[in-house]
Design a protein around this ligand. Structure first.
Ligand code: ARG
Length: 438
């Protein structure tokens, strides 16, 4: 049986099953001596037919298609350029980028390229007089037999329609639509925060079912090792800075004993760095776990690659509604008393309101303002020992991944009514920007 299973964000599933049932035909007792050559032939024939069908299926489902990346610039006429747009982390920059991306996305979805269009991503907003110019990268999927000039013409004509019809954003093409290589696209996009390799945040391409992460799924996750043994998780927030939990460092403050590794395997890391400085929040309180946050400066910048990237930091006002989905990742143990694991694991959890989390049956008031609960109230899914300092992330409307929490504490692991407790990153945004040069 070949089973192709896809689990999108909302948990709905579709599956395609091809089954081939071979029933042994009853052999009449008279002809018990079946010719072995015939049996052999039949078996080989069945195997060949199966192999051919599988390869044809694979060819048509995957290999017959090719990704195309295009770059273009648009002038936004009805938005005034302001200083806030010069930094990619401001709310204004994010809102405008989001509006541009959704206008383009909507335009393609309503066009005859709806099946080929995958994603549009704003890579920069620039000033041109008092107007704004947006540079955009777009990803498409065409079957291989499409020739490139005709692909380009079809995209251009849809973009023209979008420019003519856009209601609340007045846009004009400024600069030519150019095809860019996979390598150039990668070089541009690795510098962005919260993006996965190949823009795979798209729900039509992502499969998260099991618990083992694939290389590049969580490219901001790092392992913090004390004397070469994994001790805590950490999150890459720039080429030089890592965010983690303060409690990981209270009895381990010698920077020389620490190493940082990148990549999903702690035994075969993609990259290593030393730590130059450890900055523990000066109001960290071990008794209550308040302000359980620390910044680490790498001894040498890390180069962003396909599988090593930074996460986006949320705005102080970004809201994190209870009930929404988040993911926690780490090399922590799979049972409360278990040992750490060599390959990165991921778990899907839900944000739980502080009110529910502070109920007498739950944490009975121990959840303080700079904390956030996430898990499942029925238990079963949670972070655990060794995951501390690691990321709790959410995907935003632009399909960028934001750091909402840092694994901090919990009563044992995955018990009902005892979800994981995280350091609420929005509450420490100013502290982070004050201390890390980003
Ligand atoms: N303090 C733990 C550590 O150092 C993390 C505990 C998280 N616990 C939980 N149930 N979510 O690794």
């Amino acid at each position: 049986m070949i089973s192709l299973q896809h689990i999108p964000e909302d948990g709905a599933q579709w599956s395609l099953n091809f089954s081939l049932v071979l029933r042994p035909s009853r052999v009449p007792s008279a002809s018990r001596s079946v010719n072995p050559y015939i049996v052999c032939f039949v078996v080989i024939a069945v195997v060949v037919i199966l192999a051919v069908t599988t390869s044809l299926l694979v060819y048509f489902l995957a290999l017959g298609q090719k990704y195309y990346f295009y770059r273009s610039s648009f002038q936004i006429l009805n938005v005034q350029y302001t200083d806030e747009l010069s930094s990619t982390v401001t709310q204004k920059y994010r809102t405008l980028s989001g509006r541009i991306e959704s206008t383009i996305t909507r335009g393609f979805i309503e066009s005859n390229l709806r099946k080929q269009f995958i994603r549009a991503h704003v890579i920069s907003l620039r000033q041109s007089g008092s107007d704004v110019i947006a540079d955009i990268v777009m990803k498409f999927k065409f079957t291989k037999d499409n020739n490139e000039p005709s692909v380009k013409r079809r995209i251009e004509s849809v973009l023209q329609q979008i420019m003519n019809n856009s209601e609340n954003l007045e846009m004009n093409t400024s600069g030519e639509l150019t095809q860019i290589t996979d390598q150039d696209t990668e070089n541009i996009l690795t510098q962005e925060c919260g993006l996965r390799p190949d823009l795979t945040t798209l729900s039509d391409e992502r499969i998260i079912g099991g618990t083992k992460a694939k290389e590049g799924d969580w490219p901001w996750q790092v392992s913090l090792q004390w004397s070469n043994l994994h001790h805590c998780g950490g999150v890459l927030i720039s080429k030089k800075w890592i965010l983690s939990a303060a409690h990981c460092f209270t009895s381990r403050s010698d920077t020389l004993q620490w190493t940082v590794t990148f990549g999903i395997s702690t035994t075969f890391p993609k990259e290593r760095r030393g730590i130059k400085t450890i900055l523990i929040h000066n109001n960290y309180k071990p008794e209550t776990q308040e302000n359980d946050i620390a910044l680490l400066q790498l001894d040498r910048e890390v180069t962003f690659t396909r599988n090593i990237r930074m996460v986006c930091l949320p705005d102080a006002s970004q809201n994190i509604p209870p009930g929404t989905t988040a993911y926690v990742t780490g090399w922590g143990s799979q049972r409360y008393t278990g040992s750490i694991v060599p390959d990165l694991e991921q778990a899907r959890v839900k944000i739980i309101s502080t009110k529910v989390c502070n109920a007498p049956s739950s944490y009975n008031g121990a959840i303080l303002p700079g904390m956030l609960c996430a898990g499942l109230l029925q238990g079963g899914v949670d972070a655990c020992q060794g995951d501390s300092g690691g990321p709790l992330v959410q995907e935003d409307a632009r399909q960028l991944w934001f750091l909402v929490g840092i694994v901090s504490w919990g009563y044992k692991c995955a018990l009902p009514d005892k979800p994981g407790v995280y350091t609420l990153v929005t509450a420490y945004r100013d502290w982070i920007y004050q201390h890390a040069e980003i």
